[in-house]
Ligand binder design. Structure first.
Ligand code: SAM
Length: 353
Protein backbone atom coordinates (compact mmCIF):
# COMPACT_ATOMS: atom_id res chain seq x y z
CA UNK A 1 0.00 0.00 0.00
CA UNK A 2 1.32 3.52 -0.82
CA UNK A 3 2.17 5.87 2.08
CA UNK A 4 -0.83 8.10 1.39
CA UNK A 5 -3.08 5.02 1.07
CA UNK A 6 -1.84 3.77 4.43
CA UNK A 7 -2.48 7.16 6.05
CA UNK A 8 -6.00 7.24 4.55
CA UNK A 9 -6.66 3.77 5.99
CA UNK A 10 -5.70 5.08 9.44
CA UNK A 11 -8.18 7.97 9.29
CA UNK A 12 -11.08 7.70 11.68
CA UNK A 13 -14.46 6.56 10.31
CA UNK A 14 -17.41 9.01 10.51
CA UNK A 15 -18.20 9.71 14.18
CA UNK A 16 -20.49 12.04 16.11
CA UNK A 17 -18.79 15.49 16.27
CA UNK A 18 -16.97 16.50 19.46
CA UNK A 19 -19.81 18.95 20.14
CA UNK A 20 -22.37 16.15 19.78
CA UNK A 21 -20.36 13.95 22.17
CA UNK A 22 -20.25 16.74 24.73
CA UNK A 23 -24.06 16.96 24.54
CA UNK A 24 -24.51 13.19 24.49
CA UNK A 25 -22.46 12.63 27.65
CA UNK A 26 -23.54 15.96 29.27
CA UNK A 27 -19.89 17.07 29.64
CA UNK A 28 -20.19 20.48 31.26
CA UNK A 29 -16.71 22.06 31.59
CA UNK A 30 -15.37 21.94 35.16
CA UNK A 31 -13.65 25.20 36.14
CA UNK A 32 -11.67 23.39 38.85
CA UNK A 33 -9.94 21.25 36.20
CA UNK A 34 -9.32 24.26 33.88
CA UNK A 35 -11.44 22.70 31.18
CA UNK A 36 -11.55 24.74 27.97
CA UNK A 37 -12.31 22.58 24.97
CA UNK A 38 -11.23 22.89 21.34
CA UNK A 39 -14.01 21.79 19.03
CA UNK A 40 -12.62 23.10 15.73
CA UNK A 41 -10.78 20.18 14.13
CA UNK A 42 -8.88 22.49 11.73
CA UNK A 43 -7.33 24.11 14.78
CA UNK A 44 -6.52 20.81 16.49
CA UNK A 45 -5.00 19.59 13.17
CA UNK A 46 -2.85 22.75 13.15
CA UNK A 47 -1.59 22.07 16.70
CA UNK A 48 -0.76 18.49 15.77
CA UNK A 49 1.18 19.62 12.65
CA UNK A 50 3.59 21.54 14.93
CA UNK A 51 4.82 18.18 16.27
CA UNK A 52 6.17 17.25 12.80
CA UNK A 53 5.46 13.89 11.13
CA UNK A 54 3.57 11.52 13.43
CA UNK A 55 3.55 8.64 10.97
CA UNK A 56 3.87 5.39 12.98
CA UNK A 57 4.68 7.44 16.09
CA UNK A 58 3.98 6.74 19.73
CA UNK A 59 2.23 9.71 21.38
CA UNK A 60 1.16 10.58 24.90
CA UNK A 61 -1.68 13.11 24.99
CA UNK A 62 -2.20 15.03 28.23
CA UNK A 63 -5.80 15.74 29.19
CA UNK A 64 -7.73 14.56 26.08
CA UNK A 65 -11.10 15.66 27.50
CA UNK A 66 -13.83 15.22 24.86
CA UNK A 67 -11.18 14.16 22.33
CA UNK A 68 -10.88 16.89 19.66
CA UNK A 69 -7.08 16.95 19.69
CA UNK A 70 -7.13 13.16 20.14
CA UNK A 71 -8.93 12.78 16.78
CA UNK A 72 -6.35 14.96 15.04
CA UNK A 73 -3.49 12.93 16.53
CA UNK A 74 -5.11 9.67 15.38
CA UNK A 75 -5.75 11.08 11.90
CA UNK A 76 -2.04 11.99 11.64
CA UNK A 77 -1.30 8.26 11.35
CA UNK A 78 0.12 7.47 14.80
CA UNK A 79 0.67 3.83 15.64
CA UNK A 80 0.02 4.12 19.37
CA UNK A 81 -1.70 6.91 21.30
CA UNK A 82 -1.79 6.83 25.09
CA UNK A 83 -4.09 9.42 26.66
CA UNK A 84 -4.00 10.41 30.34
CA UNK A 85 -7.23 11.98 31.59
CA UNK A 86 -8.09 12.83 35.19
CA UNK A 87 -11.83 13.39 34.80
CA UNK A 88 -13.75 10.10 34.62
CA UNK A 89 -16.68 11.72 32.76
CA UNK A 90 -14.59 11.72 29.56
CA UNK A 91 -13.72 8.03 29.62
CA UNK A 92 -16.89 6.72 27.80
CA UNK A 93 -16.38 9.19 24.91
CA UNK A 94 -12.71 8.21 24.69
CA UNK A 95 -13.70 4.53 24.62
CA UNK A 96 -15.90 5.28 21.62
CA UNK A 97 -12.87 6.80 19.86
CA UNK A 98 -10.78 3.81 20.85
CA UNK A 99 -13.29 1.48 19.15
CA UNK A 100 -13.08 3.61 16.01
CA UNK A 101 -9.28 3.28 15.99
CA UNK A 102 -8.79 -0.39 16.91
CA UNK A 103 -5.54 -1.13 18.75
CA UNK A 104 -4.27 2.45 18.45
CA UNK A 105 -5.74 4.27 21.47
CA UNK A 106 -4.93 3.38 25.07
CA UNK A 107 -6.78 5.22 27.83
CA UNK A 108 -5.35 5.91 31.27
CA UNK A 109 -7.70 7.37 33.85
CA UNK A 110 -5.13 9.18 36.00
CA UNK A 111 -3.22 12.30 36.90
CA UNK A 112 -0.41 13.38 34.57
CA UNK A 113 1.49 14.84 37.53
CA UNK A 114 1.98 11.39 39.01
CA UNK A 115 1.67 9.14 35.94
CA UNK A 116 4.89 7.12 35.28
CA UNK A 117 5.38 7.82 31.58
CA UNK A 118 8.69 5.95 31.67
CA UNK A 119 6.60 2.77 31.94
CA UNK A 120 3.98 3.69 29.35
CA UNK A 121 5.81 2.75 26.15
CA UNK A 122 7.90 -0.19 24.88
CA UNK A 123 11.58 0.10 25.79
CA UNK A 124 12.64 -0.68 22.22
CA UNK A 125 11.44 2.71 20.96
CA UNK A 126 14.29 4.33 22.94
CA UNK A 127 17.00 6.23 21.07
CA UNK A 128 20.44 7.19 22.39
CA UNK A 129 20.39 10.71 23.81
CA UNK A 130 23.09 11.84 21.38
CA UNK A 131 21.17 10.53 18.35
CA UNK A 132 17.90 11.59 16.72
CA UNK A 133 14.86 11.99 19.00
CA UNK A 134 12.74 8.82 19.45
CA UNK A 135 9.47 8.50 17.51
CA UNK A 136 7.65 9.46 20.72
CA UNK A 137 5.87 12.76 21.25
CA UNK A 138 4.02 14.37 24.12
CA UNK A 139 1.14 16.54 22.95
CA UNK A 140 -1.45 18.35 25.01
CA UNK A 141 -3.85 21.19 25.36
CA UNK A 142 -2.80 21.47 28.96
CA UNK A 143 -4.99 22.56 31.82
CA UNK A 144 -3.60 26.00 32.84
CA UNK A 145 -3.48 25.09 36.53
CA UNK A 146 -1.20 22.15 35.75
CA UNK A 147 0.93 23.48 32.91
CA UNK A 148 3.58 25.39 34.88
CA UNK A 149 4.30 22.75 37.58
CA UNK A 150 4.23 20.12 34.82
CA UNK A 151 6.74 21.88 32.57
CA UNK A 152 9.11 22.45 35.53
CA UNK A 153 8.80 18.77 36.46
CA UNK A 154 9.53 17.78 32.85
CA UNK A 155 12.55 20.13 32.75
CA UNK A 156 13.97 18.24 35.71
CA UNK A 157 13.10 14.98 33.93
CA UNK A 158 15.04 16.20 30.86
CA UNK A 159 18.08 17.04 32.99
CA UNK A 160 17.95 13.58 34.59
CA UNK A 161 16.73 11.70 31.47
CA UNK A 162 13.78 10.29 33.36
CA UNK A 163 9.98 10.23 32.84
CA UNK A 164 9.12 10.85 29.14
CA UNK A 165 12.86 11.35 28.50
CA UNK A 166 13.86 7.87 29.62
CA UNK A 167 13.30 7.02 25.91
CA UNK A 168 15.62 9.78 24.64
CA UNK A 169 15.01 13.37 23.58
CA UNK A 170 11.20 13.10 23.42
CA UNK A 171 9.62 16.15 21.79
CA UNK A 172 6.83 18.14 23.43
CA UNK A 173 4.07 20.11 21.70
CA UNK A 174 2.00 21.86 24.35
CA UNK A 175 -0.35 24.74 24.88
CA UNK A 176 0.18 27.34 27.59
CA UNK A 177 -1.45 30.53 28.69
CA UNK A 178 -0.03 33.07 26.18
CA UNK A 179 2.05 34.87 28.84
CA UNK A 180 3.64 31.59 29.92
CA UNK A 181 4.40 30.69 26.28
CA UNK A 182 6.07 34.10 25.88
CA UNK A 183 8.14 33.58 29.01
CA UNK A 184 9.25 30.13 27.85
CA UNK A 185 10.63 31.57 24.62
CA UNK A 186 11.71 35.06 25.77
CA UNK A 187 15.22 36.05 24.62
CA UNK A 188 17.86 38.05 26.49
CA UNK A 189 16.75 41.61 27.15
CA UNK A 190 13.06 41.03 26.56
CA UNK A 191 10.48 42.08 29.11
CA UNK A 192 9.17 38.53 29.50
CA UNK A 193 12.60 37.07 30.24
CA UNK A 194 12.19 35.08 33.48
CA UNK A 195 13.26 32.05 35.44
CA UNK A 196 11.11 29.91 33.19
CA UNK A 197 12.94 31.21 30.05
CA UNK A 198 16.32 30.17 31.43
CA UNK A 199 15.20 26.80 32.79
CA UNK A 200 13.56 25.86 29.46
CA UNK A 201 16.21 27.27 27.15
CA UNK A 202 19.30 25.84 28.86
CA UNK A 203 17.81 22.38 28.30
CA UNK A 204 15.76 22.66 25.09
CA UNK A 205 15.26 24.44 21.83
CA UNK A 206 11.96 26.19 22.39
CA UNK A 207 9.72 27.47 19.63
CA UNK A 208 6.57 29.57 20.12
CA UNK A 209 4.53 28.23 17.18
CA UNK A 210 1.33 30.31 17.14
CA UNK A 211 -1.30 31.91 19.34
CA UNK A 212 -4.87 30.68 19.66
CA UNK A 213 -7.36 33.40 20.64
CA UNK A 214 -9.34 32.62 23.77
CA UNK A 215 -12.58 32.80 21.73
CA UNK A 216 -11.60 29.54 19.95
CA UNK A 217 -12.25 27.58 23.17
CA UNK A 218 -15.48 26.45 24.78
CA UNK A 219 -16.00 27.91 27.32
CA UNK A 220 -13.89 30.94 26.42
CA UNK A 221 -11.00 31.46 28.89
CA UNK A 222 -10.01 35.02 29.91
CA UNK A 223 -6.62 34.62 28.21
CA UNK A 224 -5.19 33.66 24.81
CA UNK A 225 -3.19 30.48 24.40
CA UNK A 226 0.25 29.83 22.91
CA UNK A 227 1.35 26.58 21.26
CA UNK A 228 4.97 25.77 22.15
CA UNK A 229 7.26 23.08 20.73
CA UNK A 230 10.24 21.90 22.78
CA UNK A 231 13.09 19.57 21.76
CA UNK A 232 15.63 18.60 24.44
CA UNK A 233 19.21 19.58 23.54
CA UNK A 234 21.85 16.86 23.20
CA UNK A 235 24.14 18.95 25.41
CA UNK A 236 22.43 21.16 28.04
CA UNK A 237 23.87 24.68 27.95
CA UNK A 238 24.60 24.47 31.68
CA UNK A 239 26.24 21.28 32.89
CA UNK A 240 25.46 21.27 36.59
CA UNK A 241 22.77 19.39 38.57
CA UNK A 242 19.26 20.71 37.84
CA UNK A 243 18.54 21.67 41.46
CA UNK A 244 21.72 23.73 41.63
CA UNK A 245 20.87 25.56 38.40
CA UNK A 246 17.31 26.12 39.64
CA UNK A 247 18.57 27.54 42.95
CA UNK A 248 20.90 30.07 41.29
CA UNK A 249 18.35 31.10 38.66
CA UNK A 250 15.56 31.43 41.26
CA UNK A 251 17.72 33.71 43.41
CA UNK A 252 18.91 35.84 40.49
CA UNK A 253 15.36 36.42 39.26
CA UNK A 254 13.85 37.22 42.64
CA UNK A 255 14.69 40.89 42.05
CA UNK A 256 13.91 41.18 38.34
CA UNK A 257 14.32 44.97 38.12
CA UNK A 258 17.44 45.32 40.28
CA UNK A 259 21.09 44.69 39.42
CA UNK A 260 21.75 40.97 39.23
CA UNK A 261 24.21 40.96 42.16
CA UNK A 262 21.22 41.68 44.46
CA UNK A 263 19.78 38.24 43.76
CA UNK A 264 23.19 36.56 43.79
CA UNK A 265 23.79 37.98 47.30
CA UNK A 266 20.81 36.06 48.60
CA UNK A 267 22.58 32.78 47.86
CA UNK A 268 24.86 33.45 50.82
CA UNK A 269 24.38 33.94 54.58
CA UNK A 270 24.80 37.50 55.88
CA UNK A 271 28.18 36.81 57.48
CA UNK A 272 29.93 36.07 54.16
CA UNK A 273 27.46 37.64 51.73
CA UNK A 274 29.48 40.55 50.35
CA UNK A 275 32.72 38.64 50.04
CA UNK A 276 31.25 35.54 48.35
CA UNK A 277 29.03 37.58 46.00
CA UNK A 278 32.11 39.47 44.81
CA UNK A 279 34.01 36.23 44.39
CA UNK A 280 31.16 34.65 42.40
CA UNK A 281 30.67 37.67 40.11
CA UNK A 282 34.41 37.95 39.46
CA UNK A 283 34.90 34.25 38.83
CA UNK A 284 32.00 34.31 36.35
CA UNK A 285 33.26 37.59 34.83
CA UNK A 286 29.71 38.97 34.79
CA UNK A 287 28.96 42.70 35.19
CA UNK A 288 27.08 42.89 38.54
CA UNK A 289 25.05 45.88 37.31
CA UNK A 290 23.30 43.90 34.56
CA UNK A 291 19.60 43.25 35.21
CA UNK A 292 18.56 39.58 35.46
CA UNK A 293 16.62 39.95 32.20
CA UNK A 294 19.81 41.11 30.43
CA UNK A 295 21.84 38.00 31.29
CA UNK A 296 22.58 35.53 28.50
CA UNK A 297 22.49 31.80 29.16
CA UNK A 298 26.34 31.55 28.89
CA UNK A 299 26.59 34.27 31.58
CA UNK A 300 24.15 32.37 33.79
CA UNK A 301 26.13 29.18 33.09
CA UNK A 302 29.31 30.96 34.30
CA UNK A 303 27.49 32.16 37.43
CA UNK A 304 26.19 28.65 38.18
CA UNK A 305 29.69 27.20 37.63
CA UNK A 306 31.19 29.83 39.96
CA UNK A 307 28.55 29.05 42.61
CA UNK A 308 29.19 25.29 42.24
CA UNK A 309 32.91 25.94 42.76
CA UNK A 310 32.29 28.00 45.92
CA UNK A 311 29.93 25.30 47.25
CA UNK A 312 32.49 22.58 46.55
CA UNK A 313 34.77 24.36 49.04
CA UNK A 314 31.94 25.11 51.53
CA UNK A 315 29.15 22.50 50.98
CA UNK A 316 27.01 23.82 53.85
CA UNK A 317 26.15 26.81 51.60
CA UNK A 318 23.97 24.48 49.55
CA UNK A 319 21.43 24.28 52.35
CA UNK A 320 21.25 28.03 52.95
CA UNK A 321 17.89 29.62 52.08
CA UNK A 322 17.53 33.40 52.34
CA UNK A 323 13.75 33.22 52.64
CA UNK A 324 14.05 30.73 55.48
CA UNK A 325 16.45 33.11 57.25
CA UNK A 326 13.89 35.91 56.89
CA UNK A 327 11.18 33.66 58.28
CA UNK A 328 13.32 32.69 61.25
CA UNK A 329 14.16 36.34 61.97
CA UNK A 330 10.48 37.21 61.78
CA UNK A 331 9.59 34.43 64.23
CA UNK A 332 12.43 35.50 66.53
CA UNK A 333 11.12 39.06 66.53
CA UNK A 334 7.81 37.66 67.69
CA UNK A 335 9.66 35.78 70.43
CA UNK A 336 8.88 32.32 69.01
CA UNK A 337 12.26 30.82 68.18
CA UNK A 338 15.97 31.73 68.18
CA UNK A 339 17.68 32.97 65.00
CA UNK A 340 20.21 30.61 63.47
CA UNK A 341 21.27 31.86 60.06
CA UNK A 342 23.32 28.73 59.32
CA UNK A 343 20.47 26.35 60.04
CA UNK A 344 20.43 23.30 57.83
CA UNK A 345 17.18 24.17 56.10
CA UNK A 346 15.86 21.93 53.34
CA UNK A 347 15.93 23.35 49.82
CA UNK A 348 12.57 24.85 49.02
CA UNK A 349 10.45 22.88 46.54
CA UNK A 350 10.40 24.03 42.96
CA UNK A 351 7.95 26.84 42.57
CA UNK A 352 6.29 28.27 39.48
CA UNK A 353 8.44 30.98 37.91
N1 SAM B 1 -7.70 18.23 25.10
C1 SAM B 1 -9.05 18.73 25.24
C2 SAM B 1 -9.32 19.80 24.20
O1 SAM B 1 -8.36 20.29 23.62
O2 SAM B 1 -10.48 20.11 23.98
C3 SAM B 1 -9.32 19.24 26.66
C4 SAM B 1 -8.42 20.36 27.12
S1 SAM B 1 -8.79 21.00 28.72
C5 SAM B 1 -7.94 22.54 28.63
C6 SAM B 1 -7.74 20.15 29.83
C7 SAM B 1 -8.04 18.68 30.06
O3 SAM B 1 -7.10 18.16 30.98
C8 SAM B 1 -9.39 18.37 30.66
O4 SAM B 1 -9.97 17.29 30.00
C9 SAM B 1 -9.09 18.02 32.13
O5 SAM B 1 -10.03 17.12 32.70
C10 SAM B 1 -7.76 17.37 31.99
N2 SAM B 1 -6.94 17.43 33.20
C11 SAM B 1 -6.90 18.40 34.15
N3 SAM B 1 -5.97 18.12 35.08
C12 SAM B 1 -5.40 16.95 34.71
C13 SAM B 1 -4.36 16.14 35.26
N4 SAM B 1 -3.73 16.51 36.35
N5 SAM B 1 -4.02 14.99 34.62
C14 SAM B 1 -4.66 14.62 33.48
N6 SAM B 1 -5.65 15.35 32.91
C15 SAM B 1 -6.01 16.50 33.51
Amino acid sequence: MSASGKLASLRLPPLPTVGELIKLYKLRAEKQLSQNFLLDLRLTDKIVRQAGSLRDAHVCEVGPGPGGLTRSILNAGVMDLLVVEKDSRFIPGLKLLSEAAPGRLRIVHGDILTYRMDRGFPVDISKPWEGDPPNLHVIGNLPFNVSTPLIIKWMENIANRTGPFAYGRTRLTLTFQKEVAERLTASTGSKQRSRLSIMAQYLCTVHNCFTIPGRAFVPKPKVDVGVVHLTPLVQPQIQQPFRLVERVVRNIFQFRRKHCHKGVEKLFPAACRIELTQEMMQKADVDPTLRPTELTIPQIRDLVNAYAHICSIEPSLLSYEFREELRMKHLARQGNTPVDTFMDTPTSPLQPC
